[in-house]
Design a protein around this ligand. Structure first.
Ligand code: BDR
Ligand code: CA
Length: 303
């Protein structure tokens, strides 16, 4: 059972990703050690309630959830209700009311997971705020890190050059790439935008996801992307677990933090101009048809 720690900002595509991980946990393929949340799509506290809701729907009441950092490292928090709905889960309604996280609780969950599991895999599907904060305060890190974020030689979804997670907390993304002891596997927009769910897929997915996905379809349609939804964070989890075929190349990544115009722009040094060691494995291609088959096959246990 592969030990997994998920750090997310649930968020509709985070919710689909979490459903997938929850099903793998139920069937004994992974050990979902804990879920922690960042502020991004919504507040960290709301993302924790949304994550608890998803886990409860999957009957995983024992997997711990804790809200993490409430603000980006250096810039004010911006959330995106227009993308993910007023509470981050589209048209879904739930009455989960988690008690406020104890101070440092999320960090204790990371400490425990790292100490208990030598080969822990951290998957970050929100801004890198918790990851950067942890790196600044602890020496020991998870053995493997996979992150959804950035847009490399590709248009951003938040500004002309920046992807949302990197834009929300550019300083955190910069710290993460600067201090990681091991190359971070990066799933960025040019690949994750290809992972699309359409209305035809709904009958094959658990009902609690439908009101979320309907909202997400409408958002994407309003953006000119068609009545469908890009499920970035799910593909990221599949890459992390190796449950989808993909190709990655070693690169050195840095993130723009000083310019307002280019805030959160991610740069990969493909030709080693900087002469710095590789700090990332950039996913260049993934088999999204296989990813769809994998999702449907795994979540059918909830239908
Ligand atoms: C990322 O931003 C969020 O809106 C999604 O949950 C995903 O993690 C895509 O840019
Ligand atoms: Ca996310």
């Amino acid at each position: 059972m592969r030990p997994i720690l998920l750090d997310c900002d649930t968020g509709i595509d985070d919710a689909v990703a979490l459903t997938y991980l929850a099903c793998l946990h139920r069937q004994g393929t992974i050990n979902l050690a804990a879920v922690t949340t960042t502020a991004g799509n919504t507040t960290a506290a709301q993302a924790a309630m949304n994550s608890r809701f998803v886990l409860d729907q999957c009957s995983l009441v024992d997997v711990p959830v804790a809200a993490g950092c409430t603000e980006p490292l250096q810039v004010p928090l911006v959330t995106t209700p227009e993308t993910h709905g007023p509470l981050g889960v589209g048209y879904a309604e739930h009455s989960v009311d988690l008690p406020p996280a104890q101070p440092g609780e999320w960090m204790r969950l990371w400490d425990e997971a790292i100490h208990e599991h030598e080969d822990l895999h951290l998957i970050v599907t929100g801004p890198a705020t918790n990851l950067a904060t942890y790196m600044q305060q602890r020496d020991q890190l998870p053995t493997h890190i996979t992150l959804m974020g950035g847009a490399y030689l590709y248009p951003g979804n938040t500004t002309p050059t920046a992807e949302w997670n990197s834009w929300v907390d550019p300083h955190a993304a910069q710290v993460a790439f600067k201090h990681t002891p091991t190359p971070i596997t990066v799933c960025s927009l040019e690949v994750t935008e290809q992972m699309v769910i359409t209305p035809d897929d709904l009958p094959l997915l658990p009902e609690f996801l439908h009101p979320m996905l309907r909202f997400y379809f409408e958002f994407h349609q309003a953006q000119g992307e068609g009545y469908q939804a890009q499920i970035h964070d799910l593909l990221t989890c599949m890459v992390a677990l190796g449950t989808v075929p993909y190709q990655a190349i070693p690169v050195t990544v840095d993130v723009e933090t000083t310019s307002q115009l280019l805030r959160g722009t991610t740069v990969a040094d493909f030709k080693n101009h900087w002469g710095r060691p590789h700090n990332a494995r950039l996913v260049r291609d993934a088999d999204v048809k296989a990813a769809k088959r994998e999702l449907v096959g795994v979540v059918k246990q909830l239908l």
